[in-house]
Ligand binder design. Structure first.
Ligand code: ACO
Length: 378
């Protein structure tokens, strides 16, 4: 067997062959099934993009209508899931609530028929349809309210915002939210997708696959960074404070949240689209002083770190967009998960098509031949 050099974080090591998405980190290009994300953000919808990623081709009009119909009519969650969520502590993080709820779905659908296309489609529909309902339900229940029933007359994103706020959303906000989901839906072999593929490779059910990926997405070095960006902008408080704040972080060798990426060495193309969406929202709903702080920050960080290829990533502007929509900060990462479920499911399906269980090796650097010392002699 060929022995490879150990790379912490598996940097640069292919973990799978995949035709789902492609990143060119030097040119700042992201494609889903070969289509640039800027084009999908402008012309597609989240569900159409999800279909593209999972089944490999853009759907025909009839295929898309059928898919949208199925997702629309599977949005309700079982009362037992709702009652279980009611018992979660209000102080718990919504990502933990989502991870537990996604895993609990598997209790209701324990049959694993992984080679049956109908099973795969049902699972895809159920997960895409119910994850937003779970996120919204936890948000209402932790405030002491009953969850709101999904509205069948609203499309995917508008329905989520409706369930969250108990009122029909503004059309521009719903459209922008849908674009945000498109931008977050898939991103090659990131930590949560790797997690999803490792779990999928054991031939467990898709609910365990998604629960495992949700747990991985929650960390501050991955999806959790969007929350920390807003906390950071609030802490900075004014444009004048940006430079000393950044200097202080760099002196302490601390990471600046929302900047840097393992693959992109230029500005993340998703950050560019999100920045544009934020500006559209500010034009309609009023300016946000944190945007001025963010702009200054982008400039100061570029001055100091562009030599290392450190630029804004997807998490830098997404929080400003969600914040302007009135979404609580700790729901930013669950919203990321709502989108990314489609990407994880595309990888689940691809992994199943040519599965080999993940079983990497390690470089043992521990001791050998150590005698056992009885407890009374230690
Ligand atoms: N702020 C300051 N310096 C940074 C940052 C940052 N955000 N990111 C990387 N660097 C520096 C490192 O200090 C290091 O410098 P050195 O070579 O002088 O020691 C160099 O750039 C390489 O950094 P690594 O940590 O080795 O890069 P890695 O590829 O492992 O990390 C990561 C990528 C985790 C995204 C990192 O940039 C980071 O922690 N960013 C902040 C958290 C964040 O925004 N995460 C969201 C990423 S996007 C997503 O997951 C959806």
């Amino acid at each position: 067997m060929m022995v490879c050099e150990y790379k912490p974080g598996l940097e640069g090591i292919p973990a799978a062959q995949s035709s789902i998405s492609h990143v060119d980190g030097q040119k700042g290009i992201l494609e889903y099934r070969g289509i640039r994300i800027e084009e999908l953000a402008e012309k597609s919808s989240f569900l159409e993009t999800a279909y593209l990623l999972i089944w490999g081709e853009l759907p025909s009009k009839e295929e898309l209508e059928a898919f949208e119909y199925e997702v629309r009519y599977h949005r309700r969650i079982k009362y037992r899931i709702r009652d279980m969520m009611k018992c979660f502590p209000e102080s718990g993080h919504p990502m933990d609530a989502l991870q537990a709820s996604a895993a609990a779905l598997g209790l209701f659908y324990s049959r694993r028929d992984l080679h049956n296309p109908a099973y795969i489609r049902d699972s895809v529909v159920r997960l895409l349809a119910t994850i937003p309902t779970m996120v919204a339900a936890f948000q209402l229940m932790r405030k002491g309210n009953d969850p709101v029933r999904p509205r069948d007359d609203l499309d995917y994103s508008a329905n989520f915002l409706y369930m969250l706020n108990e009122k029909e959303p503004d059309a521009l906000a719903a459209k922008i939210f849908d674009i945000c989901l498109i931008l977050h839906v898939e991103h090659t072999m990131n930590a949560s997708t790797f997690s999803a593929r490792v779990t999928a490779s054991t031939l467990t059910d898709p609910y365990a696959v998604v629960a495992s990926a949700v747990g991985t997405l929650g960390g501050p070095l991955h999806g959790g960074a969007n929350e920390e960006v807003i906390q950071m902008l609030e802490e900075i408080g004014s444009v004048e404070n940006v430079r000393p704040y950044v200097d202080n972080l760099l002196q302490r060798k601390a990471k600046i949240m929302g900047f840097g990426h393992r693959v992109y060495k230029v500005k993340d193309p998703r950050a560019t689209v999100l920045q544009n969406l934020a500006e559209q929202l500010f034009a309609k709903f009023g300016h946000d002083k944190y945007y001025d702080i963010a702009l200054e920050m982008e400039q100061v960080v570029a001055e100091k770190l562009s030599g290392k290829g450190i630029y804004p990533n997807v998490d830098f502007y997404s929080g400003l967009v969600y914040g302007k929509m009135g979404i609580p900060t700790d729901l930013f990462t669950p919203i990321f998960a709502i989108a990314r479920v489609a990407g994880w499911l595309a990888h689940w399906k691809e992994q199943l098509a040519e599965n080999r269980i993940f079983r990497p090796t390690q470089i043992y650097n521990g001791r050998h031949e150590i005698p056992y010392i009885p407890i009374d002699q230690r």
